[in-house]
Design a protein around this ligand. Structure first.
Ligand code: SF4
Length: 77
């Protein structure tokens, strides 16, 4: 599960709670961090391929990520 892109994850240097907003909360602060992250494509690809369902990954919200996972894997969320 160790990926080299994780070494450059910008979120590791920020508040991890921003990446797991509470229901009804905003993912905007986390997305702003992702916008500046050099490994965003790798992160998003990892999140989709490993079917992550919780939290902000690769600049997309939890809901957006679930749709991408669904589209890739063709299963109900
Ligand atoms: S894209 Fe966002 S969630 Fe992914 S490693 Fe970078 S800061 Fe973290």
């Amino acid at each position: 599960m160790n990926s080299s892109w994780e070494d450059d994850a910008l979120c590791a240097q920020t508040d991890p709670e921003a990446f797991h907003p509470r229901p009804g909360g905003t993912s905007r602060p986390a997305k702003k961090v992702c916008d500046r992250c050099s490994v965003r494509p790798e992160c998003l690809e990892y999140a989709i391929s490993s079917e992550q369902r919780f939290g902000v990954w690769g600049g997309v919200s939890q809901q957006e990520l679930r749709r991408l996972v669904q589209a890739r894997h063709g299963e109900a969320a």
